[in-house]
Write a new protein. Sequence first.
Length: 80
Amino acid sequence: MAGFNQAPCQGESIMAVVRRFIAGARCPTCGAEDAIALNIEGEHEWICCIQCDFREDKPKSPPATAAAGDGAVQIIQLDG
Ligand SMILES: [Zn+2]
């Protein structure tokens, strides 16, 4: 990539941050489209806008609970 623009939403250790732009996302602050990037640094995830100073932590989604095998025991009578 040519150019080395200084984005306002760079982390402290940018080398370890994975940035993915979210297609179609609109910044709630400045309203720019396709300007929201998801940043991943280890287990820390946050979103930021490259057009303004918007930055927000992305809470980790709660762990999915298993639907099957949740307490209900079905008794099957075997005849014979
Ligand atoms: Zn913005």
